[in-house]
Design a protein around this ligand. Structure first.
Ligand SMILES: NC(=O)c1ccc[n+]([C@@H]2O[C@H](COP(=O)([O-])OP(=O)(O)OC[C@H]3O[C@@H](n4cnc5c(N)ncnc54)[C@H](O)[C@@H]3O)[C@@H](O)[C@H]2O)c1
Length: 343
Protein backbone atom coordinates (compact mmCIF):
# COMPACT_ATOMS: atom_id res chain seq x y z
CA UNK A 1 0.00 0.00 0.00
CA UNK A 2 1.63 3.23 -1.19
CA UNK A 3 1.61 6.09 1.36
CA UNK A 4 1.04 9.29 -0.58
CA UNK A 5 1.60 12.88 0.58
CA UNK A 6 -0.68 15.44 -1.10
CA UNK A 7 1.40 18.61 -1.28
CA UNK A 8 -0.74 21.63 -2.19
CA UNK A 9 -4.47 21.44 -1.54
CA UNK A 10 -5.72 24.09 -3.98
CA UNK A 11 -7.63 23.94 -7.26
CA UNK A 12 -6.19 20.88 -9.03
CA UNK A 13 -5.97 18.85 -5.82
CA UNK A 14 -9.78 18.56 -5.94
CA UNK A 15 -9.56 16.63 -9.22
CA UNK A 16 -7.02 14.26 -7.66
CA UNK A 17 -8.97 13.99 -4.39
CA UNK A 18 -12.12 12.88 -6.21
CA UNK A 19 -10.25 9.95 -7.73
CA UNK A 20 -8.14 8.56 -4.89
CA UNK A 21 -11.00 6.31 -3.80
CA UNK A 22 -10.83 4.43 -7.14
CA UNK A 23 -7.32 3.32 -6.13
CA UNK A 24 -8.00 2.58 -2.45
CA UNK A 25 -6.71 -0.99 -2.81
CA UNK A 26 -3.25 0.29 -3.80
CA UNK A 27 -2.67 3.63 -2.06
CA UNK A 28 -3.76 5.93 0.66
CA UNK A 29 -3.09 9.57 1.40
CA UNK A 30 -1.33 9.62 4.77
CA UNK A 31 -0.58 13.35 4.96
CA UNK A 32 -1.68 16.60 3.34
CA UNK A 33 0.26 19.85 3.24
CA UNK A 34 -0.73 23.41 2.42
CA UNK A 35 0.53 26.74 3.68
CA UNK A 36 -3.15 27.52 4.23
CA UNK A 37 -3.91 25.42 7.33
CA UNK A 38 -7.62 25.34 6.63
CA UNK A 39 -7.07 23.84 3.16
CA UNK A 40 -4.62 21.26 4.51
CA UNK A 41 -7.04 20.26 7.28
CA UNK A 42 -10.08 20.04 5.00
CA UNK A 43 -8.17 17.96 2.46
CA UNK A 44 -6.97 15.60 5.21
CA UNK A 45 -10.54 15.16 6.46
CA UNK A 46 -11.83 14.52 2.97
CA UNK A 47 -9.25 11.87 2.01
CA UNK A 48 -8.93 10.33 5.50
CA UNK A 49 -5.27 11.31 6.02
CA UNK A 50 -3.86 10.87 9.52
CA UNK A 51 -1.97 14.13 9.46
CA UNK A 52 -1.98 17.60 7.92
CA UNK A 53 0.87 20.12 7.99
CA UNK A 54 1.55 23.67 6.77
CA UNK A 55 5.27 23.14 6.10
CA UNK A 56 5.57 20.62 3.25
CA UNK A 57 8.94 19.37 4.49
CA UNK A 58 7.27 18.04 7.63
CA UNK A 59 5.29 15.58 5.51
CA UNK A 60 8.44 13.86 4.14
CA UNK A 61 8.83 11.21 6.87
CA UNK A 62 5.16 10.22 6.57
CA UNK A 63 5.05 9.07 2.94
CA UNK A 64 6.62 6.91 0.23
CA UNK A 65 5.67 9.29 -2.57
CA UNK A 66 4.40 12.83 -3.04
CA UNK A 67 1.93 14.40 -5.44
CA UNK A 68 3.20 17.97 -5.71
CA UNK A 69 0.47 20.40 -6.74
CA UNK A 70 2.09 23.69 -5.75
CA UNK A 71 2.61 26.99 -7.60
CA UNK A 72 5.17 26.53 -10.36
CA UNK A 73 8.05 28.38 -8.64
CA UNK A 74 7.82 25.86 -5.76
CA UNK A 75 8.02 22.74 -7.93
CA UNK A 76 11.81 22.74 -7.85
CA UNK A 77 12.45 23.23 -4.11
CA UNK A 78 9.64 20.88 -3.09
CA UNK A 79 10.59 18.25 -5.67
CA UNK A 80 14.24 18.35 -4.59
CA UNK A 81 13.27 18.00 -0.92
CA UNK A 82 11.17 14.90 -1.62
CA UNK A 83 13.58 13.23 -4.08
CA UNK A 84 16.58 13.86 -1.84
CA UNK A 85 14.48 12.50 1.02
CA UNK A 86 14.17 9.24 -0.98
CA UNK A 87 10.53 9.72 -2.08
CA UNK A 88 8.93 9.20 -5.49
CA UNK A 89 7.43 12.34 -7.02
CA UNK A 90 4.43 12.93 -9.24
CA UNK A 91 4.85 16.57 -10.19
CA UNK A 92 1.99 18.65 -11.52
CA UNK A 93 2.95 20.25 -14.81
CA UNK A 94 5.15 22.01 -15.83
CA UNK A 95 8.10 20.20 -14.24
CA UNK A 96 9.86 23.43 -13.20
CA UNK A 97 10.41 27.02 -14.30
CA UNK A 98 13.85 26.67 -15.88
CA UNK A 99 15.98 24.17 -17.76
CA UNK A 100 18.52 24.06 -14.93
CA UNK A 101 15.83 23.35 -12.33
CA UNK A 102 14.35 20.57 -14.49
CA UNK A 103 17.74 18.94 -14.95
CA UNK A 104 18.41 19.15 -11.21
CA UNK A 105 15.13 17.35 -10.50
CA UNK A 106 15.93 14.66 -13.09
CA UNK A 107 19.42 14.26 -11.63
CA UNK A 108 18.05 13.98 -8.08
CA UNK A 109 15.57 11.29 -9.15
CA UNK A 110 18.34 9.31 -10.84
CA UNK A 111 20.70 9.58 -7.87
CA UNK A 112 17.96 8.56 -5.45
CA UNK A 113 16.64 5.88 -7.86
CA UNK A 114 13.16 7.23 -7.39
CA UNK A 115 10.38 7.72 -9.95
CA UNK A 116 9.86 11.28 -11.17
CA UNK A 117 6.73 11.62 -13.29
CA UNK A 118 5.05 14.74 -14.70
CA UNK A 119 1.26 14.93 -14.37
CA UNK A 120 0.47 15.57 -18.04
CA UNK A 121 -3.08 14.35 -17.48
CA UNK A 122 -4.08 14.61 -21.15
CA UNK A 123 -1.72 11.75 -22.00
CA UNK A 124 -3.88 9.51 -19.78
CA UNK A 125 -7.13 10.47 -21.54
CA UNK A 126 -8.33 7.43 -23.54
CA UNK A 127 -8.85 9.52 -26.72
CA UNK A 128 -5.21 10.60 -26.83
CA UNK A 129 -3.51 7.20 -27.38
CA UNK A 130 -6.50 6.06 -29.46
CA UNK A 131 -5.89 8.96 -31.85
CA UNK A 132 -2.18 8.09 -32.07
CA UNK A 133 -3.04 4.49 -32.83
CA UNK A 134 -5.41 5.62 -35.60
CA UNK A 135 -2.71 7.91 -37.03
CA UNK A 136 -0.10 5.16 -37.01
CA UNK A 137 -2.16 2.33 -38.42
CA UNK A 138 -2.09 3.78 -41.95
CA UNK A 139 -5.78 3.02 -42.33
CA UNK A 140 -6.78 6.69 -42.23
CA UNK A 141 -3.94 8.04 -44.38
CA UNK A 142 -0.70 10.01 -44.00
CA UNK A 143 -0.84 12.90 -41.52
CA UNK A 144 0.18 16.33 -42.72
CA UNK A 145 -1.35 18.56 -40.05
CA UNK A 146 -2.33 18.26 -36.37
CA UNK A 147 -4.25 21.18 -34.85
CA UNK A 148 -5.14 21.39 -31.18
CA UNK A 149 -7.59 23.94 -29.85
CA UNK A 150 -8.20 24.67 -26.19
CA UNK A 151 -10.58 27.53 -25.49
CA UNK A 152 -11.70 28.36 -21.98
CA UNK A 153 -12.26 31.29 -19.64
CA UNK A 154 -9.62 31.20 -16.90
CA UNK A 155 -9.42 34.36 -14.84
CA UNK A 156 -6.69 34.87 -12.30
CA UNK A 157 -7.08 37.19 -9.27
CA UNK A 158 -4.42 39.94 -9.12
CA UNK A 159 -2.95 38.56 -5.87
CA UNK A 160 -2.83 34.95 -7.12
CA UNK A 161 0.61 33.44 -7.84
CA UNK A 162 -0.43 32.77 -11.46
CA UNK A 163 -0.75 36.54 -12.06
CA UNK A 164 3.01 36.85 -11.45
CA UNK A 165 4.93 35.67 -14.55
CA UNK A 166 8.02 34.97 -12.43
CA UNK A 167 6.07 32.49 -10.33
CA UNK A 168 4.05 31.13 -13.26
CA UNK A 169 7.23 30.77 -15.35
CA UNK A 170 5.75 32.52 -18.41
CA UNK A 171 2.25 33.03 -19.75
CA UNK A 172 -0.58 30.83 -20.91
CA UNK A 173 1.62 28.85 -23.33
CA UNK A 174 4.01 27.77 -20.57
CA UNK A 175 1.38 27.10 -17.95
CA UNK A 176 -1.32 25.41 -20.03
CA UNK A 177 0.17 25.01 -23.51
CA UNK A 178 2.86 22.69 -22.10
CA UNK A 179 0.23 19.90 -22.15
CA UNK A 180 -0.38 20.45 -25.88
CA UNK A 181 3.23 20.95 -26.93
CA UNK A 182 3.76 17.58 -25.25
CA UNK A 183 0.91 16.16 -27.36
CA UNK A 184 2.24 17.65 -30.61
CA UNK A 185 5.63 16.01 -29.95
CA UNK A 186 3.87 12.77 -29.01
CA UNK A 187 1.94 12.74 -32.29
CA UNK A 188 4.46 14.20 -34.69
CA UNK A 189 7.95 13.43 -33.33
CA UNK A 190 10.85 15.84 -33.63
CA UNK A 191 10.08 19.49 -34.39
CA UNK A 192 12.59 21.45 -36.46
CA UNK A 193 11.30 25.05 -36.45
CA UNK A 194 8.53 26.91 -34.66
CA UNK A 195 6.85 30.23 -33.97
CA UNK A 196 4.66 31.62 -31.26
CA UNK A 197 2.56 34.77 -31.14
CA UNK A 198 0.67 35.65 -27.99
CA UNK A 199 -1.40 38.50 -26.65
CA UNK A 200 -2.90 39.53 -23.36
CA UNK A 201 -5.67 41.51 -25.08
CA UNK A 202 -8.90 39.97 -23.79
CA UNK A 203 -7.17 38.60 -20.69
CA UNK A 204 -5.96 41.74 -18.90
CA UNK A 205 -5.42 39.67 -15.73
CA UNK A 206 -2.41 38.06 -17.44
CA UNK A 207 0.90 39.95 -17.35
CA UNK A 208 2.09 37.87 -20.29
CA UNK A 209 0.03 36.16 -22.98
CA UNK A 210 -3.42 34.78 -22.12
CA UNK A 211 -3.98 33.79 -25.75
CA UNK A 212 -1.48 31.87 -27.73
CA UNK A 213 -0.90 30.66 -31.29
CA UNK A 214 1.92 28.19 -31.77
CA UNK A 215 2.98 26.55 -35.01
CA UNK A 216 5.67 23.88 -35.30
CA UNK A 217 7.13 22.15 -38.35
CA UNK A 218 8.32 18.58 -37.87
CA UNK A 219 11.03 16.42 -39.44
CA UNK A 220 8.34 14.52 -41.38
CA UNK A 221 7.28 17.80 -43.04
CA UNK A 222 3.97 17.84 -41.12
CA UNK A 223 2.87 20.94 -39.23
CA UNK A 224 1.45 21.09 -35.71
CA UNK A 225 -0.64 23.94 -34.36
CA UNK A 226 -1.89 24.83 -30.92
CA UNK A 227 -4.41 27.67 -30.62
CA UNK A 228 -5.42 28.45 -27.06
CA UNK A 229 -7.07 31.15 -25.05
CA UNK A 230 -7.93 31.74 -21.41
CA UNK A 231 -10.22 34.52 -22.60
CA UNK A 232 -12.99 32.54 -24.36
CA UNK A 233 -16.39 33.95 -23.36
CA UNK A 234 -17.92 31.51 -25.83
CA UNK A 235 -16.53 28.69 -27.94
CA UNK A 236 -17.48 26.08 -30.48
CA UNK A 237 -14.10 24.40 -30.62
CA UNK A 238 -13.75 23.82 -26.86
CA UNK A 239 -11.05 21.19 -26.51
CA UNK A 240 -10.46 19.43 -29.81
CA UNK A 241 -7.75 17.87 -31.94
CA UNK A 242 -8.00 17.72 -35.73
CA UNK A 243 -5.63 15.51 -37.70
CA UNK A 244 -5.69 16.07 -41.45
CA UNK A 245 -4.44 13.16 -43.52
CA UNK A 246 -4.38 12.53 -47.26
CA UNK A 247 -7.55 10.43 -46.77
CA UNK A 248 -9.71 12.59 -44.48
CA UNK A 249 -9.75 14.04 -40.98
CA UNK A 250 -9.45 12.32 -37.62
CA UNK A 251 -11.15 14.36 -34.91
CA UNK A 252 -10.65 13.87 -31.18
CA UNK A 253 -13.45 15.93 -29.67
CA UNK A 254 -12.12 16.02 -26.11
CA UNK A 255 -15.04 18.12 -24.84
CA UNK A 256 -17.54 15.40 -25.81
CA UNK A 257 -15.21 12.39 -25.56
CA UNK A 258 -15.49 11.21 -29.16
CA UNK A 259 -12.94 10.09 -31.75
CA UNK A 260 -14.21 10.17 -35.33
CA UNK A 261 -13.02 9.91 -38.90
CA UNK A 262 -14.54 12.39 -41.34
CA UNK A 263 -14.42 12.00 -45.08
CA UNK A 264 -16.61 13.37 -47.85
CA UNK A 265 -19.31 14.54 -45.43
CA UNK A 266 -19.52 11.18 -43.63
CA UNK A 267 -18.53 10.61 -40.02
CA UNK A 268 -17.45 7.26 -38.55
CA UNK A 269 -17.24 7.21 -34.75
CA UNK A 270 -14.17 5.20 -33.68
CA UNK A 271 -14.44 5.67 -29.90
CA UNK A 272 -16.97 7.30 -27.58
CA UNK A 273 -15.80 7.67 -23.98
CA UNK A 274 -18.00 10.47 -22.68
CA UNK A 275 -17.36 14.11 -21.76
CA UNK A 276 -14.12 15.73 -20.68
CA UNK A 277 -12.47 14.30 -17.63
CA UNK A 278 -8.88 14.54 -16.51
CA UNK A 279 -8.52 10.81 -15.86
CA UNK A 280 -6.48 11.32 -12.68
CA UNK A 281 -6.96 7.68 -11.61
CA UNK A 282 -5.27 6.35 -14.78
CA UNK A 283 -2.44 8.84 -14.25
CA UNK A 284 -2.00 7.85 -10.59
CA UNK A 285 -2.22 4.14 -11.47
CA UNK A 286 0.57 4.59 -14.02
CA UNK A 287 2.69 6.38 -11.40
CA UNK A 288 2.22 3.46 -9.02
CA UNK A 289 2.96 0.89 -11.77
CA UNK A 290 6.24 2.69 -12.47
CA UNK A 291 7.18 2.75 -8.79
CA UNK A 292 6.40 -0.95 -8.43
CA UNK A 293 8.07 -2.16 -11.63
CA UNK A 294 10.83 0.42 -12.11
CA UNK A 295 9.48 1.17 -15.61
CA UNK A 296 10.00 4.73 -16.86
CA UNK A 297 6.78 6.81 -16.87
CA UNK A 298 5.38 7.72 -20.28
CA UNK A 299 5.45 11.33 -19.05
CA UNK A 300 8.88 11.39 -17.43
CA UNK A 301 11.22 14.28 -16.72
CA UNK A 302 13.34 14.10 -19.89
CA UNK A 303 10.32 13.97 -22.21
CA UNK A 304 8.75 16.91 -20.47
CA UNK A 305 11.95 18.96 -20.73
CA UNK A 306 11.88 18.51 -24.51
CA UNK A 307 8.46 20.13 -24.65
CA UNK A 308 9.44 22.93 -22.27
CA UNK A 309 12.53 23.62 -24.39
CA UNK A 310 10.26 24.14 -27.38
CA UNK A 311 8.33 26.73 -25.35
CA UNK A 312 11.44 28.51 -24.08
CA UNK A 313 12.89 28.65 -27.62
CA UNK A 314 9.71 29.98 -29.26
CA UNK A 315 9.34 32.58 -26.48
CA UNK A 316 12.91 33.76 -27.10
CA UNK A 317 12.40 33.83 -30.89
CA UNK A 318 9.14 35.79 -30.43
CA UNK A 319 11.06 38.40 -28.40
CA UNK A 320 13.60 38.66 -31.22
CA UNK A 321 11.00 38.63 -34.03
CA UNK A 322 12.45 35.40 -35.45
CA UNK A 323 11.47 31.80 -36.15
CA UNK A 324 12.89 29.39 -33.55
CA UNK A 325 15.35 26.66 -34.51
CA UNK A 326 14.16 23.55 -32.68
CA UNK A 327 16.91 21.15 -33.67
CA UNK A 328 18.80 19.43 -30.87
CA UNK A 329 16.29 19.51 -28.05
CA UNK A 330 18.20 16.58 -26.59
CA UNK A 331 17.04 13.94 -24.16
CA UNK A 332 15.08 10.87 -25.15
CA UNK A 333 14.32 11.71 -28.74
CA UNK A 334 13.57 8.07 -29.58
CA UNK A 335 9.94 7.01 -29.58
CA UNK A 336 10.14 5.33 -26.16
CA UNK A 337 6.58 5.45 -24.93
CA UNK A 338 5.29 2.21 -23.35
CA UNK A 339 1.56 1.52 -23.25
CA UNK A 340 -0.39 2.59 -20.15
CA UNK A 341 -1.93 -0.18 -18.06
CA UNK A 342 -5.59 0.24 -17.16
CA UNK A 343 -6.15 0.96 -13.43
N1 LIG B 1 -3.25 19.07 -15.02
C1 LIG B 1 -4.04 20.13 -15.13
O1 LIG B 1 -4.87 20.18 -16.01
C2 LIG B 1 -3.88 21.25 -14.14
C3 LIG B 1 -4.92 22.17 -13.96
C4 LIG B 1 -4.74 23.18 -13.01
C5 LIG B 1 -3.53 23.28 -12.31
N2 LIG B 1 -2.55 22.37 -12.54
C6 LIG B 1 -1.24 22.48 -11.86
O2 LIG B 1 -1.39 22.20 -10.46
C7 LIG B 1 -0.46 23.00 -9.72
C8 LIG B 1 -1.24 23.82 -8.70
O3 LIG B 1 -2.16 24.65 -9.39
P1 LIG B 1 -3.56 25.03 -8.75
O4 LIG B 1 -4.40 25.53 -9.87
O5 LIG B 1 -4.08 23.92 -7.90
O6 LIG B 1 -3.13 26.26 -7.85
P2 LIG B 1 -3.84 26.78 -6.50
O7 LIG B 1 -3.30 28.16 -6.27
O8 LIG B 1 -5.30 26.59 -6.59
O9 LIG B 1 -3.27 25.78 -5.41
C9 LIG B 1 -1.94 25.85 -4.95
C10 LIG B 1 -1.94 25.55 -3.46
O10 LIG B 1 -0.59 25.61 -3.00
C11 LIG B 1 -0.62 26.22 -1.71
N3 LIG B 1 0.70 26.77 -1.41
C12 LIG B 1 1.27 27.90 -1.89
N4 LIG B 1 2.50 28.05 -1.36
C13 LIG B 1 2.72 26.99 -0.56
C14 LIG B 1 3.80 26.58 0.25
N5 LIG B 1 4.94 27.29 0.35
N6 LIG B 1 3.69 25.44 0.96
C15 LIG B 1 2.55 24.71 0.91
N7 LIG B 1 1.47 25.05 0.16
C16 LIG B 1 1.57 26.17 -0.57
C17 LIG B 1 -1.69 27.28 -1.83
O11 LIG B 1 -2.16 27.68 -0.54
C18 LIG B 1 -2.76 26.55 -2.65
O12 LIG B 1 -3.70 25.89 -1.85
C19 LIG B 1 0.29 23.82 -10.76
O13 LIG B 1 1.43 23.12 -11.13
C20 LIG B 1 -0.66 23.86 -11.94
O14 LIG B 1 -0.06 24.09 -13.19
C21 LIG B 1 -2.71 21.35 -13.42
Amino acid sequence: MLRLALIGCGGISHMHRERFSALADRMRVTVTADIDADRARRAAEEVGADLWVTDYEEAIPHCDAALIALPHHLHHPAGMAYLEGGKHVLMEKPLANSDVQCLELIGASRRARRTLMVAYCMRYHPLVPALKEAMEGGRYGETFRVSIWTEQLTEVAPDHWAADPEKLGGGQLFSHGCHYVDLLLYYLGRPVIGSHLGTNLGTPWMAREGTSDLILKFESGAVGYHGATWGARGSRLGYSIHVHTDQGMLEADISHGRLSFLRAGEETVLLDCGPLSKYGDREMAHFMDCIETGVTPITDGPDSVQGLRVIWRVYEAERQGKVADLHGLGLNQAGRRPAVREP
